[in-house]
Design a protein around this ligand. Structure first.
Ligand code: FES
Ligand code: FES
Length: 1003
């Protein structure tokens, strides 16, 4: 059917399919700023303006837009510098989003800007509540909404002619002369004079505070709130993501998913599907080689069993793969799926991990190709089995005055990145297979896919464009093989993009666990022994089974070592069984097993402190590991590899607790009965305050490796190529900041690119909180190589120009700053001159540096997480009013991007605390299949968020950094759980803390 659409003032003629929605039509016309995040009008990523009003284009027929005026992000503003052409530059909203750090992955950004534009056009001075209301139709999984809200208010101010300074966005607390660092920070103070209202709306006055460590230098870029290097393209909705790509002859892939949790495929007949006009290929398990592999995107050798096939004759969960289809349109591919005839032999469903590991239980993985790793045992449905004993745990219990035991449970939850999994594959002109994919692990993906596809590694090129969030779900080689098999079968390009329902039934999730805690304590609060047993449900496949669950113990059980003699020789036990069931597979999710550990550990510590009448913070700090002590697990376990002793060099935990306490007003609230009952007219409302202390890791020692290359251009700018993958974290920006710092140039002289397996150096990818630390150290090394060449040439050039000082100038005399190489006497030469000299004039060379870095240590970041709640004791409703997180992540390279990580992480963790859970019926069918059933926080539902950075200087990194990305996932749920206990005495041991659970306990 022929349509004409008026888009941004231009009329486009378009032939649309019957029923084609406006989103698909827009993207077919090349308006890639309109994004796909779901199909049901829930995420808002597809927002555009129809006659000036925001609409969700995914739930509107293209035909309905005829005769209306459509406006997209592409028409809002443009890059201010376009060569000789004068432009009006970016819209104030776009500028404010860039400058406020409101963008993480940027996938929701065009929609947020359009929604805000409509608001500002009808209301020039909106309140914060009105801004949040306007943004509430656009889900963001990355930011926690604080900075987008600040950006809209800032833009409104700019449009009213008021101006704000960028420095207002961060509060720096610099050390006084003579300060020596931790413990010497001056008085802790509440963050701002704002009251703590009952309104659940965040105050935009909240801004991150950075307690700057005295060991930092007067750096030009490191430590500064620089705008992200990719922000300008993202606010314009440029085609940066994997699906924003046109290719002639493109086919669309669809997958037939299993309706059964456990079944053998007795017969499969795709002949009718293959005959459907427009179908290019249908593949079943009979059509492709049977190659066993692991979908976990991890280093070689993968620390887990090989137990998956692209297609198999057995299905192991509702949503498992049965067949692949490629067709001219998505609609034809969907029709073809209906025509595939499958005869299943149902097998017993195993949905309880405790039963699945019993002798005699049906075996999920009976395939002869199965490859064991370490202690996986498919005959007992065990994907992994962990037994770690540190010290003498039984003696520790015997020496205790009290032994506390408790059972806890954590649920299966979703990463819920707004950009679904998406991949596009094609053969290039050299008959090499190109895989353009939204992945956190391009190099692992290439290595893992090669045998699955029957291609050598050298004939595969993986391109990682911009990623619209991943949070670990894209550390999985999840769908690349589907499109690649179909491209091999058809020789045509193939696009495969998950629907939101597929994200729920056929992606990965956090491992649910049942946990038993047992802790021995002396009367004075000294922990004498601490033991955890975790029963972890890995689902149908063992991807990340050993490593995720191992980290539950390695990070969460490492925090409490005890005090006195126990501190010297802690007694810690961590046992775990990781069990196959017929649930969808679990995998990597930001935090990687550690949030599962801190829910039981920190709920348990709270109960112990209360039962012994001890101050909950003092009790914790008495027993936590400290700087200068051995990481207790470093001699016992290392993800299935050889453990090596590791000393913790920096720990700002006490200061985090002190500043966090001051900020949330702990001393005024805890044990204050008046504060706990804030409204005499509504005595059923009770307020509570809670805390959790946490630690994470920074990369995997002796394993994670990142590479970087830096090349100098004619104008003194630099290309920085990294294999690291920025999935919205800002890693491209912080890596560029480090390179710019070493090279003495502004940030926009560094052109950062990541990543392409043909062109960028190897990097293990984005996981384990490793990029700033590992890839950053590689960038610094590469930049130092380049700097050394620049200084060598500068010394010669400056000597030539001033013969009387020629003999005294050495490369080490030269410093780089302000795009110049500067001699001690102040004479200087510009980097552009040096570049031209090197490339064109004398002793020609390409100034370039390549380096890589692997760390022998994994310095832990630490944090104190605080939560304040109001509980309605009549209904069980819990409202989280405020979250404060004080973090020791080492030196903060960019407080804007880092605080965005903390705010976004706390928001994801808040879902874990109070509302997110993936549930299944007795046949293994998912109950939550869309973003309506699976609720993630919206802009208008947020509590107040506050981030405090307590800097320490980690000596193993050139700029003193540790990790920031995962630690905000760890403490929110237990802090909220402890606050609920404080408010009303309800002990909820299984998160999420739903109103029903609270109500039942209080009843
Ligand atoms: S609301 Fe349209 S893509 Fe999600
Ligand atoms: S920045 Fe909003 S979804 Fe990533």
């Amino acid at each position: 059917m022929e349509l004409s659409l008026n888009i941004n003032g231009t009329v486009h003629a378009l032939d649309v399919f019957p029923g084609e929605n406006l989103l698909k039509a827009m993207r077919r016309l090349g308006y890639f700023g309109t994004k796909h995040g779901c199909e049901t009008g829930e995420c808002g990523a597809c927002t555009l303006l129809l006659d000036g009003k925001p609409v969700n284009s995914c739930v509107m027929l293209a035909a309905q837009a005829q005769g209306h005026s459509i406006q997209t992000i592409e028409s809002i503003g443009e890059h201010p510098e376009q060569g000789w052409k004068l432009t009006e530059g970016l819209h104030p909203l776009q500028r404010a989003f860039v400058e406020s750090g409101a963008i993480q992955c940027g996938y929701c950004t065009p929609a947020q800007i359009l929604a805000a534009k409509e608001l500002l056009e009808r209301n020039a001075s909106p309140s914060e509540v009105e801004v949040r209301d306007a943004l509430s139709g656009v889900l963001c999984r990355c930011t926690g909404y604080l900075k987008p809200v600040q950006a809209v208010l800032r833009a409104a101010a700019l449009m009213r002619g008021e101006v704000g300074e960028k420095s207002e966005l961060v509060g720096f607390i610099f050390p006084e002369p003579g300060d020596k660092g931790i413990g010497d920070r001056g008085e802790a103070e509440p963050s701002s004079p704002i009251a703590y209202p009952l309104s659940p709306i965040t105050s935009v006055q909240a801004r991150p505070r950075v307690f700057v460590t005295p060991e930092t230098q007067p750096w030009q870029l490191v430590g500064k709130p620089e705008a992200k290097v990719d922000a300008i393209k993202l606010v314009q909705g440029k085609p940066a993501f994997a699906a924003d790509f046109e290719r002639r002859g493109l086919l669309y892939a669809k997958v037939l998913h299993s309706p059964h949790a456990h079944a053998r495929i007795r017969r499969i007949d795709a002949s009718r599907a293959r005959m459907l006009p427009g179908v290019a290929a249908v593949l079943t398990w009979q059509d492709i080689p049977r190659v066993v592999y692991s979908t976990a995107g991890q280093s070689h050798p993968i620390p887990g069993p090989l137990d998956a096939f692209s297609l198999d004759n057995k299905v192991r969960f509702v949503g498992d793969r049965v067949a692949f289809v490629a067709a001219e349109t998505e609609e034809i591919a969907e029709q073809a799926l209906q025509l595939i005839e499958v005869e299943y032999e149902r097998l017993p469903d195993l949905l309880d991990p405790a039963q699945a590991m019993q002798p005699g239980a049906p075996i999920l993985h009976d395939e002869p190709e199965y490859v064991n790793f370490a202690e996986s045992d498919p005959s007992r449905n065990l994907a992994a089995h962990i037994r770690i004993d540190i010290g003498d745990v039984e003696t520790g219990f015997a020496e205790a005055d009290y032994v506390f035991e408790g059972d806890y449970e954590v649920p299966k939850v979703q990463q819920a990145h707004i950009e679904p999994h998406v991949v596009l594959t094609y053969w290039d002109e050299d008959d090499r297979l190109v895989i353009r994919t939204s992945t956190q692990v391009p190099f692992h993906a290439r290595r893992i896919l090669a045998p699955v596809l029957g291609l050598p590694v050298k004939r595969i090129r993986v391109i990682k464009p911009r990623i619209g969030g991943g949070f670990g779900a894209k550390q999985e080689v999840l769908i690349e093989d589907v499109a690649a098999h179909l491209t091999i079968a058809t020789r045509r390009p193939v696009l495969y993009e998950y629907t939101r329902e597929e994200e729920f039934i056929a992606s990965r999730s956090r491992h649910p666990m049942r946990v038993h805690m047992k802790t021995g304590v002396k009367k004075d609060g000294t922990i004498t022994a601490n033991a955890m047993y975790a029963l972890s449900d890995t689902g149908a496949y063992g991807c990340h089974a050993l490593t995720v669950t191992g980290n539950t113990g390695h990070k969460a059980m490492a925090l409490y070592v005890g005090d006195g003699p126990y501190r010297q020789k802690p007694n810690i036990r961590f046992y775990a069984d990781v069990v196959y069931t017929n649930h969808p597979p679990a995998g990597a999710y930001r935090g990687y097993g550690v949030p599962q550990g801190y829910w039981p550990v920190e709920r348990h510590m709270e109960k112990i402190a209360r039962q012994l009448g001890l101050d909950p913070i003092e009790f914790r700090l008495k027993n936590t590991v400290r700087a200068g002590e051995l990481h207790p697990f470093s001699t016992a376990w290392s993800e299935g590899r050889e453990p090596r002793p590791e000393t913790i060099e920096t720990c700002g935990l006490e200061e985090c607790a002190r500043q966090g306490k001051a900020s949330i007003g702990w001393d005024q609230k805890f044990a204050n009965l008046t504060w706990h009952s804030p409204d005499p007219s509504r005595p059923y409302l009770k307020k509570g305050i809670g805390v959790a202390l946490v630690m994470q890791g920074t990369a995997i020692p002796y394993l994670d490796m990142g590479g970087a290359s830096i090349k100098m251009n004619d104008d003194g700018s630099f290309n920085l190529l990294v294999g690291a993958t920025d999935l919205g974290t800002g890693s491209d920006t912080v890596l560029a900041q480090m390179a710019a710092e070493v090279l003495g140039v502004p940030l926009d002289d560094i052109i950062a690119y990541s990543s392409d397996t043909d062109f960028t150096p190897f990097d293990k990818g984005a996981y384990a909180s490793s990029t700033t630390y590992i890839s950053g150290a590689a960038v610094v090394k590469a930049a130092e190589i380049v700097a050394e060449r620049i200084k060598t040439r500068a010394a010669r050039m400056l000597s030539v120009k001033s013969p009387n000082v020629e003999s005294s100038l050495k490369p080490t005399d030269i410093r780089l700053a302000n795009r110049r190489a500067i001699a001690p006497d102040g004479r200087s030469v510009g980097l552009a001159e040096i570049a031209l000299d090197a490339l064109h004039q004398e002793d020609q060379e390409q100034i370039m540096g390549v380096a890589s870095y692997m760390s022998p240590v994994s310095p832990p970041p630490f944090a104190a997480q605080f939560a304040e709640v109001t509980v309605d004791t009549q209904t069980g409703q819990v409202r989280v009013d405020k979250l404060v997180m004080a973090v020791d992540s080492g030196v903060i390279v960019n407080p804007l991007t880092a605080s965005g990580q903390i705010e976004g992480g706390m928001t994801q963790a808040l879902g874990y605390a109070v509302c997110e859970e993936m549930r299944y019926d007795e046949r293994g069918n998912a109950r939550e299949r869309d973003l309506r059933e699976y609720h993630i926080f919206r802009a208008d539902e947020m509590p107040e968020l506050e981030t405090i950075f307590i800097e320490t200087f980690e000596p193993s990194h050139p700029f003193g950094v540790k990790a920031v990305a995962e630690i905000p996932m760890d403490g929110v749920a237990p802090a909220v759980g402890n606050a609920v206990l404080d408010a009303c005495g309800a002990n909820i041991d299984d998160n999420p803390i739903t109103p029903e659970k609270v109500w039942r306990v209080l009843k």
